[in-house]
Design a binder for this molecule. Structure first.
Ligand code: CO
Length: 247
C-alpha cells in the first residue's frame, strides 16, 4: 500500500486505519508499506522509523521472489502523485509475472456521489452553520474533482456545504465570498483529506492570518474545526476496499 505519508503522529492513525482495513480483506497476502514523500521518509528515519519508497519496496519484492504484486495507493485523486506512482509501477512491469496498480479513492464517475454521500452522512446539516471542506487541490486537471463534488452536494440539496482547496481551485477566498453573500455567521471546518496532517493543523486551523480559520474569522464568521482525517471513516475504508477488490 502506497501513501504520501505524514509526519504528524496523530494523523498517521488515519493511514494505518486504511492499511489495516485492506489487510484484513486479504490476510493471505503479504502486506508491505511505502511512502512516496522523501521529506516525510527523512523525518521518520530521524525518529528511527525506516519506511521504503515505492521503488525500494518493488526492488525488494522482486529480489525476494514475489511473482504477483498489487499496488494500492491511498491517494484521494488521480493527480500528480498518482501519475508519478503509475510511472514507477510501469517501470517494474517486466520484473513480475503480475503487477497491478489500484485506483485512488476518487477515480471513476460513480465514486463522486458515493463519496459525497459518505460526507453528508458523517456531517449532517447544522442549523445556521456552513460546512466548509478543505480539499488538497492541485494544478493537475484532476482538480476538477473538487468543483464536481460541490455539484454533488448542491444536487443533494446540501447548500450548506462548501468545497475549497489549499493548492488548487476554488480557494478559501472564493468560499469566504460565498459565505459573506449568504450572510452565514458560523462555519465548521473539516479537512477533506486522508489525514488531518500539516495542512489541517496549519493551513486550516492555524493561528496565522492566512489560515482558513483566520480568513473566515476576519470576515466576522464564527469558526469551529474538526481535526479528523477521512482515513478514520469506515465508509471511506470500505470505498478503498472496493477499489482493491476491483483490482
Ligand atoms: Co500539500
Amino acid at each position: 500500500m502506497v501513501s504520501f505519508g505524514t509526519s504528524v503522529e496523530q494523523a498517521r492513525k488515519c493511514i494505518t486505519a486504511v492499511e489495516n482495513a485492506l489487510r484484513d480483506m486479504r490476510p493471505d497476502m503479504e502486506f508491505r508499506r511505502a511512502f512516496t514523500s522523501p521529506t516525510i521518509r527523512r523525518i521518520l528515519a530521524k525518529r528511527g522509523e525506516e519506511i521504503s519508497s515505492p521503488e525500494e519496496e518493488l526492488v525488494r519484492l522482486a529480489r525476494e521472489g514475489f511473482e504477483t504484486v498489487y499496488v494500492q495507493p491511498t491517494h484521494m485523486i488521480p493527480g500528480i502523485e498518482f501519475d508519478k506512482l503509475k510511472n514507477i509501477v510501469h517501470g517494474f512491469s517486466g520484473r513480475f509475472e503480475c503487477l497491478r496498480l489500484g485506483k485512488p479513492l476518487l477515480a471513476e464517475a460513480d465514486d463522486l456521489p458515493s463519496f459525497a454521500d459518505i460526507l453528508m452522512r458523517a456531517y449532517p446539516r447544522q442549523d445556521g452553520e456552513a460546512l466548509v471542506l478543505m480539499g488538497h487541490g492541485t494544478e493537475h486537471f484532476a482538480n476538477a474533482i473538487y468543483p464536481a463534488l460541490q455539484s454533488a452536494f448542491s444536487m443533494s440539496g446540501r447548500e450548506d456545504i462548501f468545497v475549497g482547496t489549499v493548492e488548487g481551485w476554488p480557494r478559501i477566498e472564493d468560499i469566504r465570498s460565498q459565505l459573506v453573500n449568504k450572510r452565514c455567521k458560523r462555519a465548521h471546518l473539516v479537512p477533506m483529506m486522508l489525514v488531518a496532517g500539516d495542512h489541517a493543523v496549519n493551513d486550516m486551523a492555524g493561528d496565522e492570518p492566512e489560515s482558513w480559520k483566520s480568513v473566515l474569522e476576519a470576515a466576522g464568521i464564527e469558526v469551529r474545526c474538526t481535526m479528523q482525517g477521512l482515513g478514520a471513516n469506515e465508509d471511506v475504508q470500505r470505498m478503498y476496499g472496493e477499489h482493491l477488490k476491483r483490482m
